[in-house]
Design a protein around this ligand. Structure first.
Ligand code: PGA
Length: 259
């Protein structure tokens, strides 16, 4: 089964509303008709900070660009200072949400259990989800990468049905590769992607494993994207730094078009 590639930009805590709208215009200017990501090409997504989302949605009008958020809380509402609810994201009009990024796990106390709770909430609000998993350098060195990743994926997916898997994307992001310029080799990434797909087969079925998109993230850029995207189990990228540069992001989208 051919999985449509997904090129997703994770803007993290970058871009004010004005800067974000300008970035969208600059990305669109990289494509002749204003937008060439559609139809046969990869699905393209950007995930700006919450306060930038409305301006980005406006700037993306008439273009197939999808807009997502970087977090969601599991409660409907209440005393959760600094969090955001599914209704709030629905009102904004985002289609995706990133959950469990290693920066959230590392700096904000995100656990496998809260990741699972957020995934449930996102699905209940008809949002597609990008679940991030990844090992530390110590874990890779200790040879426990696959065990760590399999644990993170299984726990994130607890209670998620085979039908709901149609709205789930997994992003493999080795922590040592995020923002460091030290990208995983094509072989290292493909190995883990294969292991994740094998796990999905065990947890669900061959059909679900075959249909689920698994992205690579961690220093993916305009130079290394083509090689990574050519791997049979790498179905796209979750891109931080390079997604803030219109030419680099456009080059990655074009690489996915060819892959
Ligand atoms: P990076 O970030 O591309 O800047 O390494 C990727 C991510 O954290 O999603």
């Amino acid at each position: 089964m051919a999985r449509r590639k997904l090129i997703a930009g994770n803007w993290k805590m970058n871009m004010t509303a004005a800067a974000g709208a300008k970035l969208i215009q600059d990305i669109r200017a990289q494509f002749e008709c204003g937008c060439k990501g559609c139809a046969n090409g990869p699905e393209v997504l950007v995930c700006p900070p919450f306060t930038t989302i409305a301006a980005v949605i406006e700037a993306a009008k008439g273009c197939c660009l999808n807009v997502g958020a970087q977090n969601i809380h599991w409660a409907e509402k209440g005393a959760f200072t600094g969090e955001i609810s599914g209704d709030m994201l629905n009102e904004l009009g985002v289609s995706y949400v990133i959950i469990g990024h290693s920066e959230r796990r590392q700096y904000f106390g995100e656990t496998d259990q809260t990741v699972n709770q957020r995934v449930q909430a996102a699905l209940a609000h008809n949002l597609k989800v990008i679940i991030c998993v990844g090992e530390s350098l110590e874990q890779r060195t200790a040879g426990v990468t696959n065990a760590i990743i399999e644990g993170q994926v299984s726990k994130a997916l607890e209670g998620i049905t085979a039908e709901q898997m149609a709205n789930i994307v997994i992003a493999y992001e080795p922590i040592w590769a995020i923002g460091t310029g030290q990208v995983a080799t094509e072989e290292q990434a493909e190995d883990v992607h294969k292991a994740i797909r094998a796990l999905l087969k065990k947890l669900y079925s061959a059909a679900v494993a075959d249909a689920t998109r698994i992205l690579y993230g961690g220093s993916m850029n305009e130079k290394n994207a083509a090689g990574l995207l050519a791997q049979p189990d790498i179905d796209g990228g979750l891109i931080g730094g390079a997604s803030l540069k219109p030419e680099a992001f456009a080059t990655i989208i074009k690489a996915a078009l060819k892959a």
